[in-house]
Design a protein. Sequence first.
Length: 45
Amino acid sequence: MLQELLGNEIGLLSVFTIGFVVVMAIFLPIFFSKKINEDARNDRK
């Protein structure tokens, strides 16, 4: 199964797509929480 996944173009594209989705699922909440906190700090001033 791993040979099929990494052995052709469609398998590699699938791996990169899954990796991209996982990275974005980690990055976006962190990014938005920082922006929300920054905006809240600016509103208090």
